[in-house]
Design a protein around this ligand. Structure first.
Ligand code: NDP
Length: 251
């Protein structure tokens, strides 16, 4: 499902939103865009210098003061996620949304040759870490009047494709977690979960997956933000357990 959306300027006013992988690519654009629309953004990622740059950009644009949360999904433990929940509880008392965006491509390689350690690494970063983080943060989401969980998927998370290995499998699992949570949360009415496929977007990850492609032929992260904004804001309320696309499939 695709969304055509004229974005109101103060759409996310007063919302406290966590963005994972906020230092680069789509996550960086999402953090800046959410802040520009009034959200207080918690910037989570593994490279602090990149997060600090995004922080500074938000500050100099006059956005609400963001927060930096350094975390590497590869090494993070359950304790880290619970400490994180405690910190956010003290600081904000609630959470109005999470954009699960951080991701690792792994290698495009035949299944038969896929390195098991790399497979596990990709699963750790793309799905297992985010699962336990979400579990720890659920009480904070439930404390919100209107919380939105957005899980970043991919076309290979909806239809498997040769050589995409752990990445594709992790994105199927992402859709799975989204559906299970959406079904469990449905009766609450104040927390929803949906998945979003950004589609081919001009980032480092895309370049790694398609080294021969001209970057200029791809949409930029900024260009795909309307769907991100719609999903994070009040206008998508009532949508739960659905799959969305941020751009039409590449012809
Ligand atoms: P990038 O590689 O540009 O950015 C990925 C982000 O995730 C970076 O900020 C990176 O941090 C962070 N990250 C990676 N590993 C970890 C980790 N172990 N712990 C914490 N953060 C981590 O990718 P994109 O912006 O292209 O991708 C964003 C999302 O969109 C991903 O989920 C991807 O699968 C999905 N997607 C992208 C498509 C595209 O065409 N670009 C198409 C379909 C889906 P750091 O900067 O420190 O490396």
């Amino acid at each position: 499902c695709m969304i055509d959306y004229q974005v109101p300027a103060n759409l996310l006013q007063g919302r406290i939103l966590l963005v994972t992988g906020a230092g680069d690519g789509i996550g960086r654009a999402a953090a800046l865009t959410f802040a520009r629309h009034g959200a207080t953004v918690i910037l989570l990622g593994r490279t602090i210098a990149k997060l600090e740059k995004v922080y500074d950009e938000i500050e100099s644009a006059g956005g609400p003061q963001p927060a930096i949360f350094p975390l590497n999904f590869e090494g993070a433990t359950l304790k880290d996620y619970h400490d994180m929940a405690e910190t956010l509880e003290k600081e904000f008392g609630r959470l109005d949304g999470i954009l699960h965006n951080a991701g690792l491509l792994g290698r495009i390689t035949p299944f038969e040759q896929y390195n098991p350690a790399l497979w596990e690494q990709v699963m750790q970063v793309n799905i297992n870490g985010p699962i336990w983080m979400t579990q720890a943060l659920l009480p904070l989401l439930k404390a919100s009047e209107d919380a939105s969980l957005v899980f970043t998927s991919s076309s290979v998370g909806r239809r498997g494709r040769a050589y995409w290995g752990a990445y594709a499998v992790s994105k199927f699992a992402t859709e799975g977690v989204m559906e299970v949570l959406a079904d469990e949360l449905d009766h609450l009415g104040n927390v929803r979960a949906n998945s979003l496929n950004p589609g081919a977007t001009r980032t480092q990850m895309r370049k790694q997956a398609y080294p021969g492609e001209l970057p200029e032929s791809l949409r930029t992260p900024e260009e795909i933000m309307p769907t991100y904004l719609w999903l994070m804001g009040p206008d998508s309320k009532g949508h739960n357990g659905e799959q969305f696309d941020a751009q039409p499939p590449k012809g």
